[in-house]
Design a protein around this ligand. Sequence first.
Ligand SMILES: Nc1ncnc2c1ncn2[C@@H]1O[C@H](COP(=O)(O)OP(=O)(O)O)[C@@H](O)[C@H]1O
Ligand SMILES: [Mg+2]
Length: 303
Amino acid sequence: MAVIQLQDVEKVYRGKVHALRGVSIEVMDGEIFGLLGPNGAGKSTLVKILMTVIHASKVSGTMLGNPIGNRKTLENVGYLPEHHRFPYYLTGKQVLHHYGALCKVGRKERNSRSSSLLTRLGLAGWENKKVETYSKGMLQRLGIAQALMNNPTLLILDEPTDGVDPVGRREIRDLLAELREEGRAVFLNSHLLSELEMVCDRVAIMVKGRVTMQGTIQSLTVDSQRYEIKIAGEMPAWAKEHCSEVHGNMLVCKGNDPSIVQPILDRLRSENITIVSVNPVRENLEDLFMRAVDNTDSPGAIQ
Ligand SMILES: Nc1ncnc2c1ncn2[C@@H]1O[C@H](COP(=O)(O)OP(=O)(O)O)[C@@H](O)[C@H]1O
Ligand SMILES: [Mg+2]
């Protein structure tokens, strides 16, 4: 079942910035879905529309089965806004109580959830310290704890690892995987690609207000799978016919089945050609992303 389903979302800000241009995405139950794109792509705009912070110029679709814009749905959604600021004079525990109360979580439940979340997010021992003494990474972790106060079935996180150091990022990734295990769906935005590659079940790439690719990283990179065979010495004349490409002393065979390279390796060996290396290669998320960005920058791309 889809927890978020959007068709043709458009947003034109009053200053006439056309931030979203026909965005359609689908986030499934129990998955971690990553929306990635460079700054200014429109990621936060989309999230704010889902959270009813702003209105779309045009939207159709559902979130948790209800039409977008239904406030009641938000009771089951946890939200980490971008660039959030907590009142500096509150302690971590007070922040969680405050947001829990806003979500109408009862006092007893607020107590138990805030303590367990502070521990879970690695903030035990800091609960009674004011948030003005917290580091950026700690504030981000507190933000995620805040998003979990209403025990949501869907979490929407806008740049959750923003300003977090590598160790903290890893902890957040592990936490996201745990939340998925608990059956929650996670929709997150990021401009940090390697983060997403490691944790997301599916991704969408957004550039200039459009989703240019969407799917599992596996499915998006499948066409790029190839074997690269590096040899020493001169390239045999037959290589061009039997391989997809030849570059210098490199033979390239497209595909992901190791059987495709065996006859080529046999022939190279039989001709006493030294094989320096055989590498299976596929695009990573960064290559994909660069390709998506390049395509929209090229002349003739739809604007
Ligand atoms: N309140 C606003 N008024 C006018 N333009 C805005 C507003 N908020 C965002 N924008 C513009 O919309 C575009 C998308 O912004 P945003 O959704 O914040 O992108 P991202 O989160 O991907 O960095 C940018 O060009 C940004 O300048
Ligand atoms: Mg943003």
